[in-house]
Design a protein around this ligand. Structure first.
Ligand SMILES: Cc1cc2nc3c(=O)[nH]c(=O)nc-3n(C[C@H](O)[C@H](O)[C@H](O)COP(=O)(O)OP(=O)(O)OC[C@H]3O[C@@H](n4cnc5c(N)ncnc54)[C@H](O)[C@@H]3O)c2cc1C
Length: 262
């Protein structure tokens, strides 16, 4: 009998995983707790979805701050070109903009979701919506998944439930808890690519001030740890904008940090 496989999470990762598994003739179901697929994907790139970057892969590694080796096999097993080809083969036209950023030609993230749904259909993936997985138990070589009052049995399970940002889209970190309960070691989660809160009260007076062509340097114990050049904005809680999001990625592992703006 064919193996039964479940993918939990109907975001881009779960959809691609389920589609590829389905393309190998497996019995596959995609479980999504929302009433539709790709709720977070829908809001990406301000509703346009920046699909990938068309630069050579070796160049993309320059933007990875920590543990580049971990991503080596993912980057080369399913490349930026592969995702463009896959979406184009499902009828989505794409375009490349400044900085090699790839978008759907229509500027609509919903068209990316439609192409991914077509990919699922082509590969015979059964999709169960409003399927909020509550628990997974591993017993006698089988995974027992609880959804509501029902229990389902699978030979293999892929957890693709996303991170913990924008929980309203469904990414509430459930998968991290499932993995933890099944004995996986979970390292402490840290925010990345986020605006930065600043404690100083005076920051509120600058709310709304937007800056271009500025240099933002981050220091830890007087040592420069990251520098970024470009645009930023002061908000009611601190700072935001492209260079702030980039620098947040580098400073999140340092306890004592100082920012200097030039
Ligand atoms: C505002 C914003 C803009 C962004 N813009 C871009 C961009 O332009 N380009 C880009 O590449 N990235 C962008 N990102 C990042 C991108 O959205 C994420 O990297 C991507 O969505 C991660 O995909 P995923 O499939 O791993 O997880 P998610 O997209 O988070 O999907 C996980 C899915 O799992 C489901 N789920 C969770 N728990 C359960 C459960 N217990 N049972 C069943 N289902 C469950 C959730 O409902 C969700 O649908 C943006 C993110 C944000 C917040």
């Amino acid at each position: 009998m064919s193996e039964k496989i479940a993918v939990i999470g109907g975001g881009p990762a779960g959809i691609i995983a389920a589609g590829i598994i389905g393309s190998r003739g497996k019995d596959i179901v995609l479980l999504e707790k929302n009433e539709r697929l790709g709720k977070k994907l829908f809001i990406t790139g301000k509703g346009r979805c920046n699909i990938t970057n068309a630069a050579p892969i070796e160049e993309l590694f320059d933007y990875i701050n920590t543990n580049k080796n971990f991503l080596y096999s993912s980057f080369y097993s399913f490349t930026n070109e592969n995702i463009i080809e896959l979406l184009e083969s499902m009828g989505l036209k794409t375009k490349v903009e400044r900085g090699n950023r790839v978008f759907p030609q229509s500027d609509k993230s919903s068209d990316v979701i439609k192409a991914l749904e077509k990919f699922l259909k082509k590969n015979n993936v059964r999709v169960m919506l409003s399927a909020n997985v509550k628990n997974i138990i591993y017993n006698n070589d089988k995974f027992i998944i609880t959804i509501g009052e029902e229990k389902y049995e699978y030979d293999k399970v892929v957890i693709a439930t996303g991170g913990v940002s924008y929980p309203a889209t469904g990414s509430t970190g459930d998968g991290i808890q499932f993995a933890k309960r099944m004995g996986h070691n979970i390292i402490p989660l840290k925010p990345s690519l986020v605006p930065i809160e600043i404690d100083n009260e005076w920051i509120k007076e600058l709310q709304g001030v937007s800056l271009k062509n500025v240099q933002l340097n981050a220091y830890c114990r007087n040592k420069l740890i990251q520098e970024e050049f470009g645009e930023m904005i002061f908000t009611h809680f601190g700072i935001s904008g492209p260079i702030v999001l980039s620098i947040s990625n580098g400073i999140n592992k340092h306890a004592n940090k100082e920012l200097k703006l030039k």
